[in-house]
Design a protein around this ligand. Structure first.
Ligand code: 13P
Length: 251
């Protein structure tokens, strides 16, 4: 079965609530008739409830940028899956490289967060990717394998089917240097082979794998035409409606 393309905007720590609401309104207006691509926007927490109202009758889904694994309690600064769900959130990004680099995210915490998100009815977007040093020293495949097997430890196939994978090579994030379409596709094919061993070949063919890292309107078409690239997780270019839509409908 063909995998439906899935484009998600990761706004990171950008926009005030007012700016975010304006951006969401523009995207809703421009995307209102799109049904052949799944679309999500992932604003900061403070915008979620308001943007949830704006998108609720549109094809756009709401995503959050992280979740804590505990259901509630004394965890200052954290947010639970139930809180996100109540704010209208469908998707949640887990294991982003910025979380891994700056905020001590590990494959163990990714694993706990995936379980908590699924338990709360959210659909995880699980980020993996190698650094330039890892790629240049021949470690890319090992790194991806470790991130996948650690992240998905103890997660049953039926639950894992609710996840999207985002392959985000660290060296391509925010640098303006995207992976070439061939590099992205090769990595995605390798990721499928890992999932084929972890679950089975049907799973490997069904799971959607987004590419992320300096994806822009002018390189989106070539990336999205690759056999195993099923969408994009977009940072910088998701902050302007025209750029984001230029990736949703690439020319
Ligand atoms: P950029 O598109 O800004 O490179 O960011 C990619 C990313 O990190 C999305 O999660």
């Amino acid at each position: 079965m063909a995998r439906k393309k899935f484009i998600a905007g990761n706004w990171k720590m950008n926009t005030t609530p007012a700016e975010g609401i304006a951006l969401a309104r523009e995207i809703v207006t421009q995307a209102k008739n799109i049904s052949d691509v799944d679309i999500a926007i992932c604003p900061p927490y403070t915008h979620l409830a308001a943007i949830g109202e704006i998108i609720k009758d549109s094809p756009i889904k709401l995503g959050a940028q992280d979740v804590h694994w505990e259901p509630k309690g004394a965890f200052t600064g954290k947010i639970s899956a139930a809180m996100l769900g109540a704010a209208g959130v469908t998707y949640v990004i887990i294991g982003h490289s910025e979380q891994r680099t700056y905020f001590h995210e590990t494959d163990v915490s990714v694993n706990k967060k995936i379980k908590a998100a699924l338990g709360g009815g959210l659909l995880p977007i699980v980020c993996i990717g190698e650094t330039l040093e890892e790629r240049n020293s021949g470690k890319m495949e090992g790194v991806l394998k470790t991130q996948i097997t650690g992240g998905f430890a103890g997660i049953a196939k039926n639950d894992a089917l609710k996840c999207t994978i985002a392959y985000e090579p660290v060296w391509a994030i925010g640098t303006g240097v995207n992976a070439s379409p061939e590099q992205a596709n090769q990595a995605h094919i390798f990721i499928r082979s890992i999932f084929s061993s972890l679950y089975d070949v049907q799973f490997a063919q069904a799971v959607r794998i987004q590419y992320g890292g300096s994806m822009k309107p002018d390189n989106a078409k070539q990336l999205l035409q690759q056999s195993d690239v099923d969408g994009g997780l977009i940072g910088g270019a998701s902050l302007k409606a025209a750029d984001f839509m230029g990736i949703v409908i690439p020319r």
